[in-house]
Design a protein around this ligand. Structure first.
Ligand code: PGA
Length: 231
């Protein structure tokens, strides 16, 4: 069971150090913190498992504003989120660029949490299966069922909205994703201490990618505890 906290563009090094020294996850689950780039070093120094929020496909080069897998490895970062819907929506990421980033990450020994998920319109117009299929097949073509690849199912309508997928909706999507690519699948989208247990209890929900509720050490620890109580 993997519980990852996606801090997005919150918490500088000072707040990262404070959070990390107060955070003691249960030993039976894997807790990962994903701070913004400038706080990665502070996170790594705390001894917690730290992932970045993106990684470029090239080893180095003229790519202003990007960070490479070798740089992350040198920093002591263990993995990266790739293809978050905010990256797709605001920064033009496509299934192709995401697949290239995931490939580079795993090639360099990093783990990757690759995000997929449909919008409200895609769900309502019956296109959800097609959208998920295209997103997952791009990953399958790039790296296949790689041991360092995890998928996060994050329905866009549930991110930062307080609207969570029901456990049944999550389970159905996770089973579909696994039928296309057999890797662990995390659920993401308004996971909170009070809904974590019922989501994580679903047979094909292998963990959670937590946004807002991971910024507060008590609520993130409560979600980790809910996970630990299940397995
Ligand atoms: P949320 O974000 O938990 O705040 O909905 C999840 C995510 O964006 O990964």
């Amino acid at each position: 069971m993997l519980i990852a906290g996606n801090w997005k563009m919150y918490k500088g090094p000072g707040e990262t150090r404070e959070f990390c020294s107060a955070f003691t996850p249960p030993a039976s689950i894997e807790a990962v913190i994903c701070p913004p780039f400038g706080s990665l070093g502070a996170g790594v120094a705390s001894g917690h498992t730290i992932f970045a929020q993106n990684v470029h496909w090239a080893e180095e080069g003229a790519f202003t504003g990007e960070v490479s897998a070798p740089i992350l490895v040198e920093l002591g970062v263990q993995g990266a989120i790739v293809g978050h819907s905010e990256r797709r929506q605001y920064f033009g990421e496509t299934d192709e660029t995401i697949a290239r980033r995931v490939f580079a990450a795993v090639e360099h020994g990093l783990r990757a949490i690759a995000c997929v998920g449909e919008s409200a319109e895609e769900r309502e117009s019956g296109q959800m299966d097609l959208v998920l299929r295209l997103q997952v097949e791009a990953l399958a073509d790039a790296v296949g069922p790689h041991e360092r690849l995890v998928i996060a199912y994050e329905p866009i309508w549930a991110i930062g909205t307080g609207k969570t997928a029901t456990p049944a909706i999550a389970q159905e999507a996770h089973a579909f994703i696994k039928s296309l690519l057999d890797v662990p699948v995390l659920y993401g989208g308004s996971v909170k201490p009070d809904n974590a247990a019922e989501l994580l209890a679903q047979p094909d929900v292998d963990g959670a990618l937590v946004g807002g509720a991971s910024l507060d050490v008590e609520s993130f620890a409560a979600i980790c505890l809910a996970a630990a109580s299940l397995r």
